[in-house]
Design a protein around this ligand. Sequence first.
Ligand code: SF4
Ligand code: FES
Length: 248
Amino acid sequence: MNLKLKIWRQANAEAKGKTITYSISDISPDMSFLEMMDMHNEQLIQQGEDPVAFDHDCREGICGMCSMFINGEAHGPDRLVTTCQLHMRKFKDGDTITIEPFRANAFPVIKDLAVDRSAFDRIQQAGGFVSVNTSGNTQDANAIPIDKHDADKAFDAATCIGCGACVASCKNASAMLFVSAKVSQYALLPQGKVEATDRVLNMVNQMDEEGFGNCTNTGACEVECPKGISLENIARMNRAYLTASLKG
Ligand code: SF4
Ligand code: FES
């Protein structure tokens, strides 16, 4: 396939960015999107040009690093996949592909397509964990029966990889889907209930401090989420936040 790539180039967070158009040829439909980007970067390096900076790590849909906004969609045109799992067979010979970073005030651009998503880390650090107090009398987790329905919902919430596609897809740059997945993952399990009140208050407050927008229930986040995280988690978190606020 021969393609045109319109790629956002920006030297750093302060620099004014712009879209630059490149041509690339001999792309196999079996290549992953990131392999295509690697090939493009090799060509840029051979020409003495600066390669395009983009984040990636596992290339298996697990780490959540490969944040790219492709043809107006976070992680591109396929459903329930990350950019690293997107294949070039989703495009046609002669296509023009527009590639931008995930855009949100809370995700400043580091360079080109790489953005700083440490706001997610700070939200997680505000309460996305279970404290382990080893008193010597700690009950074995396997000895606590958990309703299968709750276990499944908790597991589904735990599949959130923190990629930020929900924020990038939301017209308000809201992080509600991410935060609600992290809150739900624990709220549904007995081990997580002990700190549930502080967790939801602290994580939501940190989310607000980081400058994410409000949720207006447009649902774009759920559509673009590579892990199929359900809006149901947002409703659960809103109920938990209200209850916790009344207690506080
Ligand atoms: S909820 Fe989905 S889109 Fe948002 S960070 Fe988690 S995996 Fe990514
Ligand atoms: S590189 Fe890890 S999810 Fe894409």
